[in-house]
Design a protein around this ligand. Structure first.
Ligand SMILES: NC(=O)C1=CN([C@@H]2O[C@H](COP(=O)(O)OP(=O)(O)OC[C@H]3O[C@@H](n4cnc5c(N)ncnc54)[C@H](OP(=O)(O)O)[C@@H]3O)[C@@H](O)[C@H]2O)C=CC1
Ligand SMILES: O=C(O)C1=N[C@H](C(=O)O)C[C@H](O)C1
Length: 268
């Protein structure tokens, strides 16, 4: 049985992760953590998630509960995740990280910690998005030199980072397939007298509205035809199931930085 802790337990993903853990054989919730100043400390994590009493009280101190879990699932905020990473690294605990919005320097900190502990880090844990990443690699190789490529994403009004981590990963996959450096060819939004589109650029457009769970489209447009690869998430449970699956997958793995493509066996 894989013992799992969830930090950010009262968040949109935190509650869904707790529910997913109750539905998955072979994993069990053993700790739930929120901010030290949260009014929810002491509440039952299952009741918080709407799945009934689980006998796990929400705590505000990750350091104090490291003995109680094998894997920490973290869908919070980059600065929070890096603090948690330090605690897990010192305690020799694995992590499943879904947080998005890291800078390149922050990603390097994740990679450094993965020399000591095993980590699955993915901007999107859904099976469908990870399939789309494979399809995008193929589409870029077949059409990319001739096509204008644009990544369009939409999310709920509460999302704090843009473009989404998934949109950026989609852009990276396409850029890698074409031998381009995303840092040099990405265009984030357009306004005013922009001039005509530059050939090798990859554009990003962001929508924030209502309760959209997560929509992503990558457009390959030439003169005469266009291909659109679209994923639409209708429930956060799709992300939560992938993250919980990653916890079980991590058992017995050596230190290293993995992603959802590794968990799904989609690499290579
Ligand atoms: N990889 C994937 O598949 C997915 C990734 N995400 C990403 O996950 C992250 C969270 O998203 P979402 O659940 O919507 O956001 P929420 O804001 O709903 O949840 C984040 C939770 O973390 C809590 N938190 C923040 N700091 C701390 C801390 N120091 N200690 C403990 N808890 C803390 C927040 O508390 P408070 O509200 O008090 O700040 C909140 O409860 C985002 O980066 C998002 O992009 C989301 C969905 C899928
Ligand atoms: O914040 C969200 O909600 C989501 N964030 C992830 C991202 O930034 O790609 C994944 C998913 O689309 C939902």
């Amino acid at each position: 049985m894989t013992r799992v802790a969830v930090i950010g337990a009262a968040g949109r993903m935190g509650k869904t992760l707790i529910e997913a853990l109750t539905q998955t054989e072979g994993t069990t919730l053993t700790a739930a953590i929120e901010r030290p100043e949260s009014s929810l400390l002491g509440a039952d994590a299952g009741e918080l998630a709407g799945v009934g009493k689980l006998g796990v009280a929400v705590t505000g101190d990750l350091q104090a509960v490291t003995d109680s879990f094998d894997v920490l699932i973290d869908f919070t905020h980059p600065t929070t995740t890096l603090v948690n990473l330090g605690i897990c690294r010192a305690a020799g605990k694995s992590m499943v990280i879904g947080t998005t919005g890291f800078s390149e320097a922050q990603k390097a900190e994740l990679a450094a910690a993965a020399k000591d502990i095993s980590i699955v880090f993915a901007p999107n844990f859904s099976v469908g998005v990870n399939l789309c990443l494979k399809l995008l690699d193929m589409a870029a190789r077949v059409m990319g030199e001739d096509a204008d490529i644009e990544v369009i994403e939409a999310h709920h009004r509460h999302k704090v980072d843009a473009p989404s981590g998934t949109a950026l990963r989609m852009g990276e996959v396409v850029a890698d397939a074409l031998g381009r450096d995303l840092g040099k060819v990405a265009v984030y939004g357009r306004e005013g007298q922009t001039g005509a589109r530059e050939r090798d650029t990859i554009g990003f457009a962001t929508v924030r509205a209502g309760d959209v769970v997560g929509d992503h489209t990558v457009l390959f447009a030439t003169e005469g035809e266009r291909v659109e690869i679209t994923h639409k998430a209708s429930s956060r449970m799709t992300f939560a199931r992938g993250a919980v699956r990653s916890c079980a997958w991590l058992q017995g793995k050596p230190a290293g930085l993995f992603d959802m493509q590794d968990v799904l066996g989609l690499k290579g």
